[in-house]
Design a binder for this molecule. Structure first.
Ligand code: ATP
Length: 640
């Protein structure tokens, strides 16, 4: 590619075998990656770095990987970096002897707190250097340990300890280290390094360090390099824990990884997701020639229930959050639904609010009023019932590769209905438009959102963790006359209210997420759908998240600049009349028009999506697809 990887690596890999890796080596690699936009060059830099780590200090590989991914632990442990701007400003000011206001002013000019930290640090004469003593250089394990500590500290009283810990790190920073350190603490490295790329590099580094690799033919080498990332990706979607995967890789390489890392009760897997559809005709076109099944689409919260080998029971959210303490009632009762021969399992189900008197489903709004943390069983006001729709693991065996038909049979054999507590998703193996329509109407009558249509048999009916698959289609009643699915958008700014809304924000700026460029792209201003109490709630929550400047990864136009900006922290479900091309909004820019984005017409707020993180928001690709679908399906609505 014309880049001098060897020369670059010579500088980077300048540490002794077995030594803790200097943090500067990683930062140099980040710099190299940042200096190019070419995917292959990015991959070469990172693969070469991982190769050095594997060969010289493999015991630091896990920490290196986490720092590249800007994480400190598996997602399901719910510990995240993402330290607030004001805290970081305080830390930078303290170490560099500038006032917080001066740091803020610099930030307004430069737009990148990492760069501000680096510049302030480098222009300041450190006291230690004046007295001849130099702080010890930072190492990867040292930085990782501190970051993990900072991320784990919680509560208001922890703020001072966090600042102190950040300052200790900052004091020892040299060169570019402060820039990347601060960006990591903010929650984004901003060097265009997507998680998928990191995994490709990790996989390829293992392939090329394998002794057998050099003996292979050219064609075989290429095959190994292509296959290895797929193995790691598929293993990760079943067992999303680098804590487990990295030691297994170090012990036995990529090829044997599947044997060592499998779906394990106690480690939640990323759930399979469904593809939105707009009409029954669209559904029938997709499933033509396949056996398929329709299930009620319950309107609650996804629950992934694990029974571990030791008998412990856990429940995880769609987002892999541990909800065990939110649902002590579910944990207590689930054993009644488990048949005697069922030991360990992983069950996919929907937790729905339930009316005990009428023995009927209640809408999601009721479930959303239930307390979220430290729930005490005797104080529960909102009763729930479980509706199981899939079984992913049973008695020591993963069922992911089995067809849905078989998984469903095993589900029904292994569990039993318990009135008002546990049931199976209502299903019907229908075949034509009329039958689907009748089943859809039936589902809506009992407070469901519509139907899930799933391929029932054959290779396309396996469970695909983390994938938005076309083998599962969602058909919601209200899609049929609108644009399709509602959107899940991130609130990144607000406009001051007027009149009745004087003391709260009056309208908000929303954005979708673009994983390709790792940025939030503005999509609309929204001021409709909010009750007075919604506006009050939003104000109380969001005022804590205000920032003086937009993040460098907000893609917006001056014409849409709000009065205040927010850290990306909350996802809102929004409905819209339709999508249109816009000269001032940036959603899906370059995907449907080379220079314009997509915007929403008449957006309306529906609800907060607590179970989604900002990066789980609707993607720009999803927006582009919805935009295009409007034209494809115009004459395709089955229900008026
Ligand atoms: P997505 O999860 O697809 O990003 P979303 O969170 O907005 O979108 P929906 O569009 O409501 O969710 O559709 C998928 C969700 O529907 C699942 O995550 C699950 O919680 C719920 N669900 C209800 N009934 C079923 C069912 N029978 N099969 C699968 N999922 C179901």
């Amino acid at each position: 590619n014309g880049i001098d990887i060897k020369k670059s690596m010579k500088d980077v890999a300048d540490w002794q075998k077995g030594e803790p890796i200097p943090y500067s080596a990683l930062c140099k690699t980040f710099e190299d990656i940042d200096s190019t936009t070419k995917r292959l060059e990015i991959q070469e830099y990172l693969t070469s770095f991982f190769k050095c780590v594997i060969e010289k200090s493999p015991e630091n590989l896990l920490e290196t990987l986490y720092l590249c991914l800007n994480k400190v632990c598996p997602e399901y442990e719910n510990v995240e970096l993402g330290i607030g701007e004001s805290l970081l400003i305080k830390a930078i000011a303290g170490v560099t002897g500038r006032s917080p206001q001066k740091v803020k002013d610099e930030l307004a000019k430069v737009g990148d707190l990492g760069k501000v930290a680096k510049d302030s640090k480098n222009s300041q004469k450190s006291i230690s250097s004046m007295f001849g003593s130099v702080d010890k250089p930072l190492t990867i394990p040292g930085v990782f340990k501190s970051m993990k500590k900072i991320a784990s500290l919680s509560g208001h009283s922890s703020q001072d300890s966090k600042v102190k810990e950040i300052q200790n790190l900052l004091k020892s920073c040299r060169g570019d280290e402060a820039k990347f350190l601060i960006r990591s603490l903010e929650g984004k490295l901003r060097i265009g390094l997507a998680e998928q790329t990191v995994l490709i590099c990790l996989a390829q580094a293992f392939v090329i360090t394998d002794n057998e690799y050099q003996k292979l033919t050219k064609a075989k080498k290429a095959e190994e390099l292509t296959e290895a990332p797929n193995i790691i990706k598929s293993v990760y979607s079943e067992l999303p824990s680098y804590d487990k995967i990295v030691p297994a890789l170090l012990q036995s390489g990529v090829r044997n990884l599947r044997e060592h890392c499998k779906l394990t009760p106690g480690i939640p897997l990323k759930p399979m997701l469904a593809h939105p559809t707009k009409s029954i005709t669209e559904v029938l076109n997709r499933v033509e020639g396949h056996k398929f099944t329709c299930e009620f689409k319950y309107d609650g919260e996804r629950g992934q229930i694990h029974k571990l080998e030791d008998g412990n029971i856990k429940i995880y959210s769609r987002n892999l959050e541990d909800n065990t303490f939110k649902y002590p009632d579910v944990i207590e009762r689930i054993s009644k639904a488990v048949n005697p021969n069922t030991n360990s399992f992983v069950l996919d189900c929907e937790v729905v609010a339930w009316d005990l008197e009428k023995h009927s489903l209640l809408p999601f709004q009721v479930l959303s009023t239930r307390k979220r943390k430290d729930v005490i069983e005797s104080e529960i006001k909102v009763t729930v019932c479980l509706f199981a729709f899939d079984l992913l693991y049973l008695n020591g065996e993963s069922l992911l590769k089995k067809p849905l038909k078989e998984r469903r049979e095993l589900l029904h054999d292994s569990f039993q209905k318990v009135d008002d507590e546990f049931s199976f998703a209502q299903h019907m193996n229908v075949s034509n438009t009329e039958e689907i329509q009748a089943f859809l109407e039936e589902s809506v009558k009992v407070n469901c959102e519509g139907l899930m249509v799933k391929i029932l048999d054959g290779a396309e009916s396996t469970y695909e963790p983390s994938k938005r698959s076309r083998n599962w289609l969602k058909l919601k009643k209200d899609y049929l006359s609108g644009v399709g699915d509602s959107l899940d958008l991130v609130v990144i700014g607000a406009f001051y209210g007027r009149g009745k809304r004087t003391n709260v924000y009056g309208a908000f700026l929303l954005a979708c997420y673009d994983p390709e460029n790792d940025e939030y792209q503005t999509i609309c201003k929204i001021g409709t759908g909010f009750s007075d109490s919604d506006l009050e709630t939003h104000f109380q929550y969001l005022k804590e998240k205000e920032m003086s400047e937009p993040k460098s990864y907000f893609n917006y136009d001056k014409a849409t600049k709000p009065d205040v900006w927010f850290e990306p922290c909350q996802v809102w479900e929004v409905k819209t009349a339709d999508l249109s091309i816009s000269p001032i909004y940036k959603a899906a820019i370059g995907q449907v028009d080379s220079s314009k984005g997509v915007s929403l017409r008449f957006p309306r707020f529906i609800r907060i999506r607590d179970d989604k993180k900002p990066e789980d928001a609707t993607t720009s690709e999803g927006i582009a697809e919805m935009y295009r679908k409007q034209f494809n399906n115009n004459n395709d609505n089955d229900i008026e």
